[in-house]
Structure formats: C-alpha cells, structure tokens
Design a protein around this ligand. Structure first.
Ligand SMILES: *Cc1c(COP(=O)(O)O)cnc(C)c1O
Length: 428
C-alpha cells in the first residue's frame, strides 16, 4: 500500500518505509493515498469469521503487496492472541471489551502487531535493533510486551522515577527477557529528550541500530481496524461506535474502517475535560492546550497527534468530519457517577475510559439504533476509583496478580544524556 504524508501528499512511502520512519521526513503522519473499500458482497461473507480471520482479510488490503500470505497470517495469529468480546449490556447497547491482552489495555493490539511487522521487515539483518520507548505509563508496557521474546530486538523503556502508578511500574519492570526498564531520575519530558537525542547521536549509531516505537506509527494504527470490522459486522445493523479518545488513534482507525466499507452510522469522540476535538467539531477552531489530569488518564491529551490524520481523511472540512463524528466530553464527577449508575443498574463494572464512552452514547442527542461502547482498559487497573462495594466485584486477572507479586527490576539512570549513551553502548 502506498501512503503519503499529511503535510504534503507528494511525500510518499511504502508501508515498510512508513513503519521504519514512524513519522514522515516533513514531520507529517502517514495516511493511505487511496483506499479500495470492501464491497457489501465481500463483507457479507465475513459475518461468521473469527477475529483472526477478519484481521487477516483486512491486513491483506494494506500489506498484501509487501508481505506474502503465509508470513502475514503468522503475524496476525501471533498478534491477535486474546479475545475481544462484544458483550450485550442492554437492548440497544453492547460493550466491546478491548482489555483482555497482556497489559489489560487496548494498546496491546497495535503494539503486538507492530512488533511482529517490524521484526518481519528486518528478518535478514544481522545486527540487533534497540527499540527505544519513552513512556509516562501505559504505552510503555504495551509496547514492551508486544516486543517481548521477538528475536533480534532489544527493548529499552525509559520512565520517570516516582511518576507512574504502582501497577504501571510493576508492568514495566517485571517483563524481563529482551526488555530493560530504565528508571530515569527526571520527568517524562526528560525521557523523551533522551530518546530523541539518542536517535540522532552519531556515536551511539556506530554501535547500535536504533528505532523508536512511536505511537503514531502506521503499524500500530492499522491493526486497530480489525476489531471495528469484527464487532461492527456482528451486530447486523450500522452501529454507532462510542470511542474513548485521547490521541485519536482509535477513532482514526474506526474512521478508516468505515472508509474501507464497514457500515457505521456515526462515531462519537468521547473525551474527558481534555476536549480539543469536540471543541473543534463545535466551533471549527483547533486549539491545542496543556492537558489536565483526570481519572481517565490515558485520555489526558492536549494536542492529539492523529487530528492531522483526521483532517487529511476529511479533506480539511469540519462539516464532513462533523457529519460522521459527534463530540462529547465530561468531568471526573460525571465519569464516577456513570460508573456507579451502570453498576447499580446492570451489575457491570466499567473502567473510567469505558464509562466516558458509555455516557457519551447515552447522552448524544437524537441517537437511536445500536451502540457499541468501546471499553479500553480493565477496571482492575483503577482500584482507587471504586468504593469498597464495587472493588469487591472486580476480579483481578491472574496475569496482573502475578505481575504485582514479582520483584521489580530496573536500572536507575540520571537524566544526563551521557549516562543513557553509556548504557546503550556498553550494557548489552
Ligand atoms: C491510549 C488510551 C486511550 C486513548 O486512545 P487514543 O487512540 O489515544 O485516542 C483510551 N483508553 C485507554 C485505556 C488508553 O490506553
């Protein structure tokens, strides 16, 4: 598939080039130059297909000209190793549970697929690749888990000491194998700076082959289309997808799935008080601002990077975008109220991110039909949000329990570049 930069459509790349570069040389993000939608006839044949089969069918459209069927099938099968169930909650509402992967959040889907795609493209190289990841919490462990055990890759995670939650730290520091966690005496910004500096440092590059697993990589976005197709085709009618949104990657994947032929009535960008996109949809002005901390913290984004992709897809027209995407935002108080109300009424525990999507679907004016509420994280990751009665109703998945009990292993470094550089060159 040929992709182009959101900054200049003349800057093109193959899928492999886009995966390797992450971001286009002009600073833009990669989007498909054109899409060939699946016909209704083709999609009719997908109804009873498993998630893996659906994933394979979708990925062939994107990668069929660069990866032959057998290895592509292997990549899909090794990525999609956990269920993504669609649970009927009410007559008109289902929840798509995206949180049954290794780190109990939906980023596992993109991270696992990207890891295997990168490994496949570099299968002939003899030098090991260092994948550098600066993280403020969740993304790091999803990416590290994604690359865990992948041959020819060493993952180096950098996280700010004392600034991530206990669960997040345990998830990052107990993986072992080819994953090393660096506990940086500094902030998340320091971690990002160290990674950026390493990627352009001549001396480090003499010794190691470096890559970064950036969240805007097309290989993380594309696999998120799999579950839209799989869930959307299960309900039988054009559903409304309510999507917990931060950096807008999940929403963009849904919009692309729709452009590829998936019937969708509407999307809702469900946000916390960091509501830059809903504001744009209302007023037509895009005003990034510093993010505000909330209990749905994976959505605390003040300058969503995938906005550039949405703009490119909708031809920079607010009207076109607003015709397909509704905006919604709510406060922490409203999120907590929704969590309690759904539990009382239905006995179902939503995590804060999923709760915002549920509330958005229920509050969106004039929406009828079938709603698919996307739940992006397992409630067990947010114990502090629930009162004792509800907390007792949450089963902690065995995988999380085991990770909480394991001994933390991290390498402490300062925020000085020389320290990081010496780790990369000498610690192998
Ligand atoms: C990253 C994340 C989101 C936001 O997804 P975007 O693709 O950044 O919009 C929502 N919920 C959870 C749990 C996440 O980890």
């Amino acid at each position: 598939m040929i992709l182009c930069s959101t900054n200049d459509p003349r800057n093109r790349a193959t899928f492999r080039e886009a995966v390797d570069r992450g971001i286009a040389e002009d600073g833009g993000l990669y989007v498909p130059v054109s899409l060939t939608p699946f016909t209704p006839g083709e999609l009719a044949g997908w109804k009873g297909m498993s998630l893996q089969e659906t994933a394979f069918a979708v990925s062939r459209r994107f990668l069929g000209d660069e990866i032959s069927p057998a290895p592509l099938r292997r990549i899909v099968e090794e990525s999609m190793t956990f269920p993504i169930p669609l649970r009927r909650l009410e007559e008109d509402t289902s929840v798509l549970e995206l949180f049954h992967g290794p780190t109990l959040a939906f980023k596992d889907v993109g991270a696992r697929f990207m890891a295997r795609t990168v490994a496949y493209f570099h299968r002939g190289d003899d030098r090991e690749v260092d994948v550098l990841v600066a993280t403020s919490g969740d993304t790091g462990s999803a990416v590290a888990q994604g690359f865990y055990g992948v041959k020819g890759v060493r993952v180096v995670l950098l996280y700010p000491s004392g600034k991530v939650s206990k669960i997040q730290e345990q998830q990052m520091t107990t993986i072992g194998g080819n994953v090393t966690a660096l506990e940086v005496q500094g902030t998340f910004d320091d971690c990002q700076r160290l990674v950026k500096q390493a990627l352009t440092d001549g001396e480090v590059k003499k010794h190691r082959r470096l890559s970064s697993a950036n969240s805007i990589n097309i290989a993380r976005l594309m696999p998120q289309m799999f579950y839209y197709f799989h869930a959307g085709l299960q309900v039988g009618v054009s559903p409304v997808f309510s999507v917990p949104s931060g950096n807008l990657g999940n929403l963009t994947a849904g919009v692309l799935a729709h452009a590829m032929g998936l019937p969708v009535r509407k999307f809702i960008a469900a946000c916390n008080v960091n509501d830059v996109l809903p504001e744009y949809l209302r007023h037509g002005s895009f005003r990034p601002r510093p993010s505000v901390q909330t209990i749905a913290n994976a959505m605390d984004v003040g300058n969503p990077s995938n906005f550039a992709r949405l703009m490119a897809i909708y031809g920079r027209s607010r009207e076109k975008m607003a015709a397909e995407i509704g905006g919604f935002s709510c406060t922490d108080g409203q999120t907590r109220e929704t969590i309690r109300a759904v539990y009382r009424k239905l006995g179902y525990v939503l995590d804060p991110h999923g709760a915002i999507a549920y509330r958005a679907w229920k509050h969106e004016q004039g929406m009828r039909g079938q709603g698919i509420v996307i739940a992006t994280a397992h409630p067990a990751k947010f114990a502090e949000v629930y009162d004792d009665g509800m907390a007792a109703g949450i089963t902690i998945p065995p995988r999380l329990q085991a990770c909480l009990e394991r001994q933390k292993q991290s390498v402490r470094i300062s925020s000085q570049f020389d320290d990081f550089k010496s780790f990369l060159i000498h610690h192998t």
